[in-house]
Design a protein around this ligand. Structure first.
Ligand code: FAD
Length: 279
């Protein structure tokens, strides 16, 4: 994750499309975003093996841009042998960055796997491949939904950084103070690695609300009320979303955030509009 650098240190996340139309659209998105010289691209990985092949194929297509492309690499539902094989395959293909995650098991799918938490996965990757991979892990400024407390989650976060992660990317959030507080607390534990805010552009209220419920991201009341008031008025939702997210990003950068990681949902325009608003 260290080749071409945009002055802002931006990066973009994609999910593996499951149709030909989706794949073609993603190539256009990749090309539009490549022009901004991102720090890296990343490609999500549906836990439980459901989209492993798709992640691998998408990583291949995205990396043809010449920009570092990091597969998300989750351990839930996998044994060490499977993880080892996947690591060798990525290595052989020239992949040198990973986003290491525990992941979530889709309901009704098999056992948890041999590694229980992301810190064990980071340890495993380091034990198997030394310093070959640059490793990013997930951070939760508003706490992981399953964490018993903020403090416990912070300890667990510190554990995976100490296991050998190089940087962290946060779950998205809309309250900049949650990020600044999290970074302060992490620094208090002696961890100095970059913690890059994850940014979710706002384009669709219903989807955002559903997703935020599942991942524990808080939508502040004033944002929720305003988005609800717009109903089906897509144009107003997008304009309001652009303003809110641009202001959030500006504040994060002014407060010292080392970059911005955009959850693109495979669309270029919403992230680009925000980036163009930043001074
Ligand atoms: P962990 O760091 O293992 O934490 C999970 C929970 O366990 C937390 O509550 C933590 O406090 C607790 N915990 C951690 N370590 C220990 C320990 N040693 N002992 C006791 N408790 C512990 N999901 C996907 O399925 N695919 C993706 O591609 C994907 N990409 C993501 C990218 C980013 C940037 C982020 C922020 C999330 C992503 N997720 C993805 C979601 C993620 O998989 C879920 O949030 C998952 O529930 C936790 O994964 P983790 O790696 O953060 O887990």
């Amino acid at each position: 994750m260290s080749t071409q650098e945009h002055p802002l240190g931006i990066s973009f996340e994609f999910f593996p499309p499951n149709t030909d139309v989706g794949r073609e659209k993603l190539m256009h998105t990749r090309d539009a975003l490549s022009e901004r010289k991102p720090h890296f691209f990343s490609v999500t990985y549906g836990a439980g093996g459901s989209t492993q092949a798709r992640t691998i194929n998408t990583v291949k297509q995205i990396s043809e841009s010449g920009i570092t492309t990091a597969p998300h690499f989750s351990c839930v539902g996998s044994d060490k042998g499977e993880l080892r094989e996947l690591l060798s395959m990525y290595r052989e293909r020239g992949v040198d960055s990973l986003v290491a995650l525990r992941g979530d098991l889709p309901s009704g799918m098999g056992g948890m796997g041999e590694l229980r938490y992301a810190n064990e996965l980071v340890e495993f990757i380091r034990a198997e491949t030394g310093d070959h991979f640059e490793i990013a892990v997930a951070a939760y400024p508003e706490s992981h939904p399953q964490a018993p407390s903020f403090d416990k989650d912070l300890e667990n976060f510190a554990r995976k950084m100490r296991a050998g992660a190089n940087l962290a990317i946060t779950q998205y959030f809309f309250n900049a103070d949650a990020y600044f507080n999290f970074v302060d607390r992490v620094r208090g534990l002696g961890i100095e690695a970059p913690i890059v805010p994850g940014i979710m552009p706002i384009t669709n209220y219903t989807k955002l609300a559903r997703f935020s419920d599942a991942c524990g991201a808080d939508i502040p009341r004033w944002i929720r009320k305003q988005l609800e008031a717009y109903g089906d008025d897509k144009e107003s939702i997008e304009a309001f979303g652009e303003e809110v997210i641009s202001r959030l990003c500006q504040r994060l950068l002014e407060g010292g955030a080392p970059g911005l990681h955009f959850y693109t949902l495979n669309q270029a325009a919403p992230s680009l509009r925000v980036i163009d608003n930043l001074s």
